[in-house]
Design a protein around this ligand. Sequence first.
Ligand code: F6R
Length: 260
Amino acid sequence: MRVIKVKDYERLSKLAAKIVATLIREKPDAVLGLATGNTPLGLYRELIRMHKEEGLDFSRVVTFNLDEYIGLPKNHPQSYHHFMWENFFHHVNINPSNVHIPDGNAPNIRQHCDWYEARIRKFGGIDLQILGIGRDGHIGFNEPGSSLGSRTRIKTLLEVTRRDNARFFDGKIENVPKYAITMGIGTILDAKAILLLASGESKADAIKKAVEGPITAMVPASVLQLHRDTTVIVDEAAAKYLELPWETEEDYERVESLFG
Ligand code: F6R
């Protein structure tokens, strides 16, 4: 696992965008795994800027999102479809038929989950999976206790997660969907490379456990320690409890310029 400590959210977003852009320039038909939430917003903004100002070309890029609520209409302001199109896809030249987000309104959700896995395989697997991390160490909707070998499937959301998210649903927990589709931890581990982003003090405990703690289903992100090519970018606040020195951004740039 490679852990890079950067000063703040802006540096985190810029470095993450540089890593994604380098991949797309080397492999124009790269397959990206994408996340929603606050953390990747700066990354998406920077990629949009690179597209507009530097001609970064998404026309052959293929994307697979991690997760989606079950039962929300696609155009609902809280659906992950809506989030991705508003915050990213509408602003770059991606081919809509290359965009994949689990369909929370599929007539047969279990079949759809199997189709999603098959579709990822059809495109040769995910080249780079972007992840955020929950305060409890979750990745995707894989909450603590999720099987470390799990695949794309239906998850029942924890009461605490629904309560946390009620603020986005008129403050009413009964409006928050009870179920979601999520790529499994096994699906995530199959990605050729993984980029986990964490910003802010509220993530410091989860990062400490995920990066320097034991591998356990109680902290789903800790399983990334088993992956051969995972990079974690954390800002100073999220790195607060890390004990090892890890890498600074300058260390990272030096290694990249020496070894490419
Ligand atoms: C989103 C996702 C979630 C988030 C996590 C962190 O697609 O899969 O696991 O990455 O909940 O969310 P933020 O970035 O909002 O702190």
